[in-house]
Design a protein around this ligand. Structure first.
Ligand code: DGL
Length: 357
């Protein structure tokens, strides 16, 4: 059965014609008797159509559609061709567990979408590596995900988004990164035009995130590399960890001095310690979660491009890591996801081998 929804507002005369259509196989009918505003009773029908029933309906439509006594009496929203559904998973990847923030938002917005997550925990952090190396590692991650037949990819990592352009731009499926949506959200959120960016060294060095924000605000961004944060978070440090708190306090100094009112957390690991940033920057500073913003944009784009599986049941998310996260990091990951999860090992040799596993 198709799941197209056809809304009809019919004059009473149309009711018996509709009855005939119903006999020919329309399913899921909701009827409501109303008034057309001019005292003429109308029948409002919301009809779920099977494909052949739609044809049957079109066959009788002209008879009650024209001429309407009142223009409101025959409002017809024509059935479009049923968009193709795509049951393949969405591939989400990061150097480690940071991308799980994107998974959480995606699962919330698109519960029927299967997701295949890949975290390169064995080679994390990426944030201190040269761009060429990040691009090469990204090629391995995307190569494996493509062999698992993903329909779209999300680079849920600021470092990869800013340093692996060569690989990301040549993929055979739609690929989304975390930069554009976060820059857009920051430009919307700022009131004084002063935006800060906290991210890995490689992200700041690339200049890409900064440019995308500055293009929208017209003001210089205060960009702060925070090399210690992602590895500490990856190993399980949370907002109550004194060493992590001290590192955040130090990284926030330039942000406080420049009077920013909005800070982009440009590394997908950082939203997990957002409360630490707020504690130091103050509640009046808006924090932008780049992973969450990206996931929202992806959900919109995939709906528009008819890329969704449109399953009605909650779909499976599979979590693969090149090294199984230690216990503390699993706790962190659970907090990120807001639920339990089962990480499965993907040994590095399988990542690079030509296999579908
Ligand atoms: N989640 C990555 C990012 O968004 C972590 C960086 C790293 O591996 O150093 O940048």
């Amino acid at each position: 059965l198709g799941h197209e929804l056809l809304g009809l507002l019919l004059g009473v005369e149309g009711a018996d014609r509709l009855g005939r259509v119903l006999e020919r196989g329309i399913v899921g009918v909701a009827l409501d008797l109303g008034d057309d505003g001019g005292g003429v009773p109308t029948l409002v029908a919301l009809v779920h159509l099977a494909a052949d029933a739609a044809v049957a309906l079109w066959a009788v439509l002209p008879r009650f559609a024209a001429p309407p006594r009142n223009p409101n009496q025959a409002l017809i929203f024509p059935r479009k061709e049923a968009p193709p559904m795509d049951p393949r998973p969405i591939g989400v990847f990061d150097s480690g567990i940071g991308g799980l923030m994107a998974v959480r938002m995606l699962r919330h917005l698109l519960p029927g979408e299967p997701i295949l997550y890949l975290g390169d925990t064995a080679r994390m952090p990426y944030g201190d590596r040269p761009a060429g190396e990040i691009d090469r590692l990204t090629g391995e991650l995307t190569g494996w995900l493509l062999r698992q037949n993903v329909k779209a990819l999300i680079a849920a990592c600021g470092t990869i988004s800013c340093n692996a352009g060569e690989t990301l731009q040549q993929l055979p499926v739609p690929c989304f990164d975390v930069v554009t949506a976060a820059a857009e959200a920051a430009a919307q959120a700022t009131r004084n035009g002063k935006v800060g960016l906290a991210a890995t060294s490689a992200t700041i060095r690339s200049g890409r995130f900064t440019e995308e924000i500055e293009r929208r605000t017209g003001q210089a961004v205060t960009a702060v590399p925070c090399p210690l944060l992602a590895p500490m978070i990856e190993h399980g440090a949370g907002p109550d960890d004194p060493a992590l708190a001290a590192a955040v306090a130090e990284y926030c100094q330039p942000l406080l001095q420049s009077g920013v009112d909005t800070v982009v957390l440009g590394c997908t690991h950082y939203p997990l310690i957002a409360e630490l940033f707020t504690r130091i920057l103050g509640p009046e500073v808006t924090l932008i979660d780049c992973a969450g913003e990206a996931a929202k944009a992806v959900a919109e784009a995939m709906k528009e491009q008819h890329l969704l599986a449109e399953g009605n049941d909650p779909a499976v998310t599979e979590y693969r890591f090149t090294a199984l996260p230690p216990q503390a990091a699993r706790q962190t990951a659970r907090r990120m996801l807001g639920e339990d999860f089962t990480p499965r090992l993907l040994p590095l040799e399988k990542l690079t081998a030509f296999s579908t596993e």
